[in-house]
Design a protein around this ligand. Structure first.
Ligand code: ZN
Length: 146
């Protein structure tokens, strides 16, 4: 129930993207970002603003999932680099951006939040969500064991 007069939280109201993996604590979503196939976010399900507000075991868990996503992106997309970022200034959910970077992406070699240098050129493979979901499930088994 949202108190009257407050803005509903969009990451409680919806998944925030195509869900690739989830457990009781966090979820991995694929974001529809033109020019960035495989752009994922790891989102803590509950309202926690800072990594240091999480219990140590929960911190370790969310990072294990971030690393599993990085491993999956490297296996499936062979990016030039993987960018990891935690910003989230406008949401009460701790989340990590896991961004595969390619030399032909719109902002390379600058951060994705810089001015674009070229138009989006890399379409998403039609089966990307299924491939990434499978790769993340495999990678979670390697890094987390749960
Ligand atoms: Zn929320």
């Amino acid at each position: 129930m949202t108190p009257a007069g407050t803005i509903p939280c969009e990451l409680c109201a919806g998944a925030g993207g195509t869900v690739l993996w989830r457990d009781g604590r966090c979820r991995v979503v694929l974001v529809d970002e033109p020019g960035y196939p495989g752009f994922c976010r790891v989102i803590w399900n509950a309202h926690v603003r800072e990594m240091t507000d999480l219990a140590v075991a929960d911190r370790d868990h969310v990072m294990a999932i971030v690393f599993a996503v990085e491993r999956a992106l490297r296996a499936e997309l062979a990016p030039e680099k993987v960018n990891l970022a935690s910003l989230g200034n406008m949401t009460p959910h701790v989340h990590w951006h896991v961004i595969p970077r390619h030399t032909d992406d719109p902002h390379f070699p600058s951060p994705v939040w810089a001015a674009a240098q070229r138009p989006p050129a890399r379409p998403a493979p039609h089966d990307l969500a299924a491939r990434l979901a499978a790769a993340i499930a495999r990678a979670v088994g390697h890094v987390d064991g749960s």
